[in-house]
Write a protein that binds this ligand. Sequence first.
Ligand SMILES: Nc1ncnc2c1ncn2[C@@H]1O[C@H](COP(=O)(O)OP(=O)(O)O)[C@@H](O)[C@H]1O
Ligand SMILES: [Mg+2]
Length: 222
Amino acid sequence: MLKIDHLYFSYNNVKNLLTDINFTLNDGEYISIIGSNGSGKSTLIRLILKLIEPTDGTINNTFKNMAYVPQRFNQLNIHFPITVREVLASYKKVRHNGCQDISEVLNLLNLKEKEQTLIGQLSGGQCQKVFIARALLGNPDLLVLDEPSNGIDVKSRDEIYELLANLNKSKKMSIICVEHNLQAAVKNSTLLYHIKKGHGHMCLPERYAQEYIKNDLGDIKC
Ligand SMILES: Nc1ncnc2c1ncn2[C@@H]1O[C@H](COP(=O)(O)OP(=O)(O)O)[C@@H](O)[C@H]1O
Ligand SMILES: [Mg+2]
């Protein structure tokens, strides 16, 4: 379980980005975090991952093994001459133990036939799937993704969402996903967390869909 109470966060140059955030994810839930650009979604997940510290408030986290798929290609040098299998094998070497079999994970992502391909030769969607494969290698109990379908082809996008829904439903994997794809958020998540002007609101996907349809500017109150 992950429980955030009265969390506040400011950057030096962005005061009160997040104010009095209260957020609970129970084991097995899939929460999509939504909100406009710059509202603090990526910051919230960096706080959850303990990459940064809150200005105030608490985060209690009982998950033992979190995996993170960052916003696409932030940290990827696509000219580095390394194959898909080598990316996964080097990750496995660093983690030492508790890893899943590489071939199994490649099959899960429909990437088996690309295992000897250099990452620089993959499409954006295939590359994103390699990052997801890498995250899954460690057998996470909480998978955290930041806009996984941003700018990728429709086929990869559909495969990624089918996989996430399946991991959540059949393996009971807990998922937090920053999402700009509202349709995917409504379809797959158990709950939505909407951040607006520093504040957050948890709401049910069906409720959000009704409100969203009512107001096609997407200015939602939940
Ligand atoms: N490391 C940082 N230092 C200072 N300001 C930052 C940093 N990261 C993000 N910001 C600022 O904080 C705000 C929220 O950013 P972010 O959490 O990335 O929003 P979102 O993911 O919702 O688009 C933006 O105004 C952004 O410019
Ligand atoms: Mg972001």
